[in-house]
Write a protein that binds this ligand. Structure first.
Ligand code: NAP
Length: 254
């Protein structure tokens, strides 16, 4: 079986809701101590108290360099080491390309891509010092594999994360650090709830398994990338989507 991750330390961003919360809970259940990060301190504290296992809440806007540095320093102060980063925080506001403003485009890129760079950069010195690290990005099928009207900025950001991942993985490969990505399909989260029941029904109908994914489906994959046994896997994206990207057409859905 897998070696224990008991006592390891993870930073999980966007951990107060949805997929990030699922990852934080799964990590804690595996004995990992989690710095629970979102922009709202009281939400982060509430989730940390709920998941237990030595978890601590920390408020940071991950698109901001100073906040990211403070986040890594807080983890070091509290736990003395950083073994795992789950860079998961992300936003997905929908707006048609014709109406998209520069501010809307930049906001999505800052939260989804700049944060990936900043969160990775701030943990690297601590991981390199111990010659061990597991970095798990939350990308998506949207952008790297598929498209969806209203999400051209989001799709670009999720594809950019994978480009970042491949080069980052090379730069740290000799330091015992891996960089991989989970690529969720449509997962039931508060964020997805905001898209409305009709969208969710439409999506479920396009998934070969017939149901939306659960946050645990993504969290289990993130835990695998974080495991000691995944040491020879780096620069890889794993699609977790119930087969959503497989059908060539609606006729292929049986
Ligand atoms: P969600 O339910 O909306 O949760 C987003 C989390 O990120 C919250 O904890 C939020 O807390 C935090 N967050 C947002 N902006 C932040 C910022 N600037 N700094 C720090 N924290 C921030 O989202 P989700 O559906 O779980 O999605 C999580 C990730 O999965 C995203 O990267 C998304 O692109 C990806 N994804 C989701 C799906 C899906 O079906 N749900 C599919 C593919 C990929 P605050 O707002 O309080 O800061």
């Amino acid at each position: 079986m897998f070696e224990s991750l008991q006592g390891r330390v993870a930073i999980v961003t966007g951990a107060t809701r949805g997929i990030g919360l699922g990852i934080a809970q799964r990590f804690a259940a595996a004995g990992i101590q989690v710095l629970v990060v979102s922009r709202v301190q009281e939400d982060a504290d509430r989730v940390a108290a709920r998941i237990g296992a030595g978890a601590t809440g920390f408020a940071a806007d991950v698109s901001d360099k100073t906040a990211c540095q403070a986040m890594a320093e807080a983890a070091m102060l509290r736990y003395g080491q950083i073994d795992i980063l789950a860079a998961n925080a992300g936003i997905f506001p929908s707006v048609a390309l014709a109406d998209m403003t520069v501010e809307q485009f930049d906001s999505v890129m800052a939260t989804n891509v700049r944060s990936t760079f900043l969160c990775t950069q701030v943990v690297l010195p601590y991981m390199k010092a111990r010659q061990f690290g597991r970095i798990v990005l939350t990308s998506s099928i949207t952008g790297p594999v598929t498209g969806f009207p209203g999400w051209s900025h989001y799709a670009a950001s999720k594809a950019a994360q994978l480009g970042f991942m491949r080069t980052a993985a090379l730069e740290v490969a000799r330091d015992g650090i891996t960089v991989n990505a989970v690529m969720p399909g449509n997962i039931r989260t508060e964020g997805l709830d905001g898209m409305g029941a009709e969208y969710q029904a439409q999506m479920a109908a396009s998934i070969p398994t017939g149901v939306l994914g659960e946050v645990a489906d993504i969290a289990n994959a993130a835990l695998f990338f974080a495991s000691l046994e995944a040491s020879f896997i780096t620069g890889q994206g794993l699609i977790i989507d119930g087969g959503q990207v497989l059908p060539e057409s609606a006729a292929a859905l049986v």
